[in-house]
Design a protein around this ligand. Structure first.
Ligand SMILES: *Cc1c(COP(=O)(O)O)cnc(C)c1O
Length: 456
């Protein structure tokens, strides 16, 4: 029987992050200041982010050293195992080999601490004392709370009020790690007070929470803001996932034919696939297929348009060129909270635009069906987000059975589902619905996207 998992030693923990910007054969469209319509510069960002991260955001260096203090914390759970899904293969009676990179072993239960730790380190090194952020269901907030605690930083999390009230467990996890968690809109910021004055019962939104977290950061010199996905430096921090995976395939003496990952903002997908995208761009892996999976309820890549749009719902951030459903688009309340973002990381978008990665959308009921089949064969209960990838992997494996193909398929299992049991309950009691987005709803939201002619 071949191995069930490939485990690397701590010595094999990557020493550098991989920066895809060094190898892009086409330009990455600049981020635009909505006031001047010119590319934003470091000075625009300095009150918000630490300087080192601003430098990483635009760096063209291929390899960026991972500071020893960051590697030291990564060692709490990294390198993470690469599993062979023998039992799922048997259940599907497929000749395909299925592998998954398991990121749920981090203390926060997802891939997000890979960047949270790096961001907290950069802030601490520049004398920052406090970090603010927003969180929806709490996956990002808990990763940042964990990271801030490791560097002795204060962490303030603006948590969307409806989640704060309905999903208390991640809030408690953040508090266990010492974070200060407030429901957003909050009375702590001008943005929050204005919303509360107009509507004291506002359920909040990610857009409102972002406005509060950014206002808090820029109004205090000892505070910076942190974002959990979308930005180039966040995607780069996540490449430890794919670098380890590549090494693990070397140990196996194999190379994948298909890579699959779910996409919300795109950071776990990018982290897993970018080191392989390097091979594809250099001609080393011309036939490798790379598939991004999104929900039919929020199909940014498959149904959105490649336009300049705001990063947040409130329309306050710089403009980024991305596949977007329109910043005012409010997705249906699907149970993969991490995949309800209107846009997508600009680096993932530019690869999709050039046909280097593919995208497919799946509805949530088949996703939960796949998640349960995975749990019942492999044991791990996956988060709803990576279960989108599991669904597509299973379909691919069944196609391999029908065609007698022995492909190697790998996906990133970016988090566990232990905080998502209420969603599983809804699925198992038949209360879950599928949402297919009508084109008219997309057209309407897209009509509200600003028309941007960058003055480059
Ligand atoms: C946040 C999150 C996502 C979505 O974010 P990406 O940047 O697309 O990775 C997906 N899965 C899990 C488990 C998450 O916590």
């Amino acid at each position: 029987m071949p191995e069930t998992k490939v485990v690397l030693t701590e010595k094999e923990l990557p020493a550098q992050w991989y920066n895809l910007q060094a190898d892009l054969p086409f330009p990455l469209p600049p981020v635009i200041h909505p006031g001047t319509m010119r590319p934003i510069g470091p000075d625009d960002l300095a009150p918000i982010f630490p300087m080192q991260l601003i430098a990483q955001e635009v760096s063209r260096e291929r390899w960026i050293e991972i500071p020893e203090a960051v590697r030291d914390i990564y060692r709490l759970w990294r390198p993470t195992p690469l599993y062979r899904a023998h039992r799922l293969e048997r259940a599907l009676q497929t000749p395909a080999r299925i592998y998954y990179k398991w990121e749920g072993v981090s203390p926060a239960g997802s891939h997000k601490p890979n960047t949270a730790v790096a961001q907290a380190y950069c802030s601490a090194r520049e004398g920052v004392k406090r970090i603010t952020t927003e969180t929806g269901a709490g996956q990002w907030g808990s990763a940042l709370a964990l990271a801030c605690r490791q560097f002795g930083l204060e962490c303030k999390v603006y948590m969307v009020k409806i989640s704060f009230e309905h999903k208390p467990y991640r809030k408690l996890l953040m508090e266990a790690w010492g974070a200060n968690v407030v429901p957003s809109p909050s009375p702590d910021t001008a943005a929050g007070r204005a919303i509360l004055a107009a509507d004291p019962a506002s359920p909040g939104s990610l857009g409102i929470a972002i406005s509060e977290a950014v206002e808090d950061a820029v109004s205090r010199p000892d505070t910076r803001y942190a974002l959990g996905s979308v930005l180039n430096h966040v995607l780069m921090h996540q490449t430890v996932i794919g670098l380890e995976t590549k090494r693990q395939f070397e140990v196996l003496g194999e190379y994948p034919d298909v890579l699959v990952g779910c996409v919300g903002g795109g950071s776990s997908f990018a982290g897993f696939t970018f080191p392989f995208v390097q091979d594809k761009l250099s001609g080393k892996a011309p036939h490798l297929r790379i598939v991004a999976v999104e929900p039919t309820a929020c199909p940014s890549l498959t149904k959105g348009r490649y336009l300049y749009d705001f990063g947040d719902t409130a329309g306050t951030t710089p403009l980024m060129k991305m596949y977007t459903l329109g910043h005012s688009f409010v997705p249906a309340p699907i149970h993969a909270g991490g995949l309800r973002y209107h846009g997508m990381a600009p680096l993932v978008c530019v690869l999709y635009d050039h046909g280097i990665v593919e995208a497919v959308a799946v509805p949530q009921k088949p996703v939960f069906e796949a998640a349960l089949q995975f749990a019942q064969s492999e044991g791990i209960l996956p988060a709803p987000e990576p279960s989108h990838a599991i669904r597509v992997v299973m379909e691919e494996a069944v196609r391999c059975r029908e065609r007698g193909e022995r492909k190697t398929i790998a996906f990133v299992l970016c988090g566990h589902g232990h905080f998502d049991l209420a969603s599983y309950e809804r699925y198992m009691t038949g209360q879950l619905e599928d949402y297919e987005l009508p084109q008219s709803a997309i057209d309407e939201a897209l009509s509200l996207v600003p028309k941007v002619e960058p003055r480059v």
